[in-house]
Ligand binder design. Structure first.
Ligand code: DQA
Length: 151
């Protein structure tokens, strides 16, 4: 039985990774990133459930379903980052830690990317490290859970 259950969410257009603007997002596919998260979690004895969706409603539904069934959420909300108060509210209703991940560094891009409505409901944001960010998010969750135990 896994000691932790992690929900990995990827938002709109991230299904195109590998061929979408590789100069910004890199050449790895979403499947590559998911496999890296699964490997990192397996090393910790954790289970991962992954959903990529281009639909805000589907992502909100997955966050609702995580209530009581997942211990933490790693989310790259894609462009929803910048305006989806529905995803913000759903994450606010989730009890466990949320980590926001971006492959690129939105703060060094267009000004409309400088606002994240997800950041206020995340324990932290990892951005600008490409695909490594997903593995860093697993590491951050691991340290967060370990620190919570010693409190
Ligand atoms: C992104 C950054 C967002 O601004 C953009 O809309 C994406 C990807 C990233 O991973 O860098 O779709 O979340």
């Amino acid at each position: 039985m896994p000691s932790r259950r992690i929900l990995l969410l990827n938002g709109p257009n991230l299904n195109l990774l590998g061929s979408r603007e590789p100069a910004i997002y890199g050449s790895a596919t979403l499947a590559d990133h998911v496999a890296n998260v699964e490997a990192a979690c397996a090393g910790l004895g954790w289970a991962v459930q992954h959903l990529q969706s281009n639909s805000e409603a589907e992502l909100v539904g997955a966050i609702h379903a995580a209530r009581g069934s997942a211990d933490g959420i790693i989310i790259n909300p894609g462009a929803f980052t910048h305006y989806s108060w529905a995803i913000h509210d759903a994450l606010a209703a989730f009890d466990g830690p949320v980590i926001e991940v971006h492959l690129s560094q939105p703060l060094s891009r267009e000004s409309w990317r400088h606002t994240s409505v997800v950041a206020p409901v995340a324990i932290g944001t990892i951005a600008g490290f490409g695909g490594v960010g997903y593995a860093l998010a697993v590491e951050a969750l691991s340290r967060h859970f370990a620190a919570a135990k010693t409190l």
